[in-house]
Design a protein. Structure first.
Length: 202
């Protein structure tokens, strides 16, 4: 099993919040705004990630548990973020908004990626009984493509599909994220990142 935390949602949100608005394709604004809206809204995110490796690396990846489909969860209370790691919840000890402040909007890589993103609106769909605006983002610079469903009434994301080919031919991943905003509470018994690292050392 992988020892790293699955954090696709955290990474994408952090980039969205740190990205300079004036540098991006105007068609991407609804996607970025939905992420900003979610940053201060309690949400329970369920992620299902499937990793695919090249033929030369597939056996080695399988031997260390780095291939196949894995599920994970993230909870944000608006004030704190928690990531499920195996059977335990890790308290990240900061909020989504605080995570965004760690990124430098003037970082050349962030600016380059934001300028490369191109978005387009797709026909509306229904997700969990709610009418959703659907957008597709293509980013050749980052190697990450995102399809996202955003509630027409709340302007919050309902679902996302993320294809990550940043590693080129070696490996790729496909992640499905679903967002639940009902009765969100911090998990009981969450431990700090330091506590988790200490446990792994013993």
């Amino acid at each position: 099993m992988k020892s790293r935390l699955s954090s696709t949602g955290l990474v994408c949100l952090g980039v969205a919040l740190a990205t300079p608005a004036l540098a991006m394709d105007p068609a991407c604004q609804p996607l970025m705004q939905s992420q900003r809206n979610m940053a201060n809204t309690p949400v329970h995110i369920t992620l299902t990630e499937t990793e695919t490796w090249s033929k030369n690396l597939s056996r080695a990846a399988a031997s260390i548990g780095a291939s196949g489909t894995k599920k994970s969860e993230e909870i944000s209370t608006g004030k704190g973020v928690y990531v499920r790691h195996g059977e335990k919840w890790i308290d990240m000890q900061m909020s989504f908004s605080e995570m965004a402040k760690m990124g430098d909007p003037n970082d050349p890589d962030i600016k380059k990626a934001s300028e490369a993103a191109r978005c387009k609106a797709l026909p509306e769909e229904t997700v969990a009984g709610l009418t959703a605006a659907v957008y597709q983002e293509h980013n050749p610079e980052s190697g990450i493509d995102t399809k996202i469903w955003i509630s027409k009434s709340t302007h919050l994301p309902l679902k996302a599909e993320i294809t990550n080919k940043a590693a080129g031919a070696a490996t790729s991943s496909f992640t499905v994220e679903t967002y639940d905003y009902k009765n969100v509470q911090a998990p009981v018994g969450a431990i700090s990142m330091k506590q988790m690292m200490d446990e792994h050392r013993h």
